[in-house]
Design a binder for this molecule. Structure first.
Ligand code: C5P
Length: 249
């Protein structure tokens, strides 16, 4: 199974993002995560531009709405030719199935252009993963505010199983949860994990964190790394360090 480091490009605008990516010219085209901030600021053009530059893309928009709306939105996103996108598992199995249908309806014909990191039997649709419980949600808040009576780990595993039942390719989760999700859903069910920090670095606002090397040991397939790379004095060196630790290169 493919393993890679995804850089979270949490920048406010186009120029800052492209200047950052320019630094990797001649090194390797990193897998890039585009989140809500950049997408809402710049629209689909920023996705097309980063795509044109040859980067695999995880479009992290976390869709959550009625199934019909999500299906139609996913059809549009699939036309952007990204490699990975996501929904909230809390939207139910029906919503996740609708998301998958939309992705298949909107896919571009032909083989993947950049990577084989694609979903579907023919590999022509983007991978679709689900957010289980956000890593910013504590068990206490989940139980008190959302009135979910089960423990947080049981909830995460159940949401991951729902995603699997709906035909999704995997989940976004804390690296510390990757092992139990693999156990419940199978080794081929993808775990994409933010919350990564080098052993000698600050944790910022992240709580459930681990290092690239340990994330690999626990079972992450893709680690999502933001500030440890984007805010590093030498982002390319920090990215290389992530690759070395995570891929054992
Ligand atoms: O800078 P840092 O490495 O903490 O960035 C992590 C990235 O992963 C951010 O883009 C954040 O929005 C995203 N993310 C997360 N926790 C989740 C889901 C996404 O940190 N549960």
């Amino acid at each position: 199974m493919a393993k890679d480091v995804i850089i979270a490009c949490d920048f406010a605008g186009r120029q800052q993002t492209l200047d950052f990516l320019d630094r990797f010219e001649g090194v390797r085209k990193p897998f890039v995560k585009i989140g809500m901030e950049l997408f809402y600021a710049e629209g689909p053009d920023i996705v097309r531009e980063i795509r044109r530059r040859g980067h695999p893309i995880f479009l992290d928009l976390k869709l959550h709405d009625i199934p019909n709306t999500v299906r139609k939105a996913m059809k549009v996103l699939s036309g952007l030719d990204v490699d990975m996108c996501n929904v909230h598992a809390a939207g139910t199995v029906d919503m996740m199935r609708a998301a998958l249908e939309g992705l298949c309806e909107g896919r571009k014909p032909g083989p993947p252009k950049i990577s084989d990191l694609r979903g579907g039997l023919d590999g022509t649709r983007p991978l679709l993963i689900a957010v289980t419980q956000l890593t910013s949600t504590s068990e206490e808040r989940m139980q008190k505010e959302l009135l979910i009576g089960a423990g947080i780990n049981d909830t995460i595993v159940k949401y991951a199983q729902n995603a699997r039942e709906a035909g999704l390719d995997g989940v976004v989760c804390s690296p510390l949860e990757a092992g139990m999700i693999k156990q419940a859903c199978g080794a081929d069910f993808l775990t994409v994990t933010p919350g990564i920090r080098f052993a000698d670095a600050s944790s910022d606002d992240q709580v459930r964190i681990t290092t690239p090397a340990r994330a690999r040991k626990i079972g992450s397939d893709y680690i999502v790394v933001g500030r440890p790379v984007t805010a590093a004095p030498d982002p390319v060196a920090a990215y290389r360090r992530c690759l070395n630790e995570f891929l054992n290169q």
